[in-house]
Design a protein around this ligand. Structure first.
Ligand code: HEC
Length: 152
């Protein structure tokens, strides 16, 4: 289900790229695509977090799938920051994304690495997953702190 959401967002992206008409429309669509991808990341992370906390029974396959959703979201997400999408569509992306794109990408790579490690750790049981998932959680904050506007 989560995977299909991510794929759906990518399909929408492809459509927009093929038929780009009004720039403002494209900009808004781009923002909604990056929000949709991050929403999928958010719900997959919730699945991981509930298992790490023992709120739901640990399920190695589901935990690995959720972490896979995180890792595969990034290559699509990072392409959704063209110039002209700094504002609009209720984006919470900080202007700093465009100012220090290389560092933004580096933080994304750390996030993918943490998610991939947790995906693998799931096969080694709940404790191994929990330890690896801690790093995933840190990687979200590590990027959001600088690159996402915190709305009150
Ligand atoms: C490398 C940077 C980066 C990483 C890593 C990252 N995010 Fe994000 N996230 C963003 C940016 C930028 C936005 C704002 C997107 C926009 O509004 O245009 C965002 C937005 C969000 C949103 C709001 C989506 C919406 O509906 O507007 C959620 C939820 C979210 N992130 C969850 C997570 C979680 C959970 C993780 C870690 C598992 C994570 N993010 C990791 C950069 C990142």
């Amino acid at each position: 289900m989560l995977k299909s959401k991510v794929l759906g967002a990518i399909a929408v992206l492809a459509t927009v790229a093929a038929g780009a008409t009004a720039v403002t429309v494209v900009a808004q669509d781009t923002v909604s695509q990056r929000k949709a991808l991050m929403k999928a990341v958010g719900s997959a992370t919730k699945t991981g977090s509930q298992m790490a906390k023992g709120e739901v029974p640990f399920d190695a396959a589901k935990a690995a799938e959720a972490m896979g959703t995180l890792a595969t979201s990034w290559p699509a997400f990072v392409k959704l920051f063209p110039k002209g999408t700094e504002t609009g569509g209720e984006t919470t992306a900080s202007p700093k994304v465009w100012e220090s794109f290389k560092d933004f990408e580096d933080k994304g790579v750390s996030f993918v690495n943490a998610a991939t490690a947790a995906q693998k750790a799931a096969a080694n049981g709940a404790d191994a997953f929990k330890a690896a998932f801690g790093e995933v959680g840190k990687s979200c904050g590590n990027c959001h702190q600088t690159y996402r506007i915190q709305k009150k």
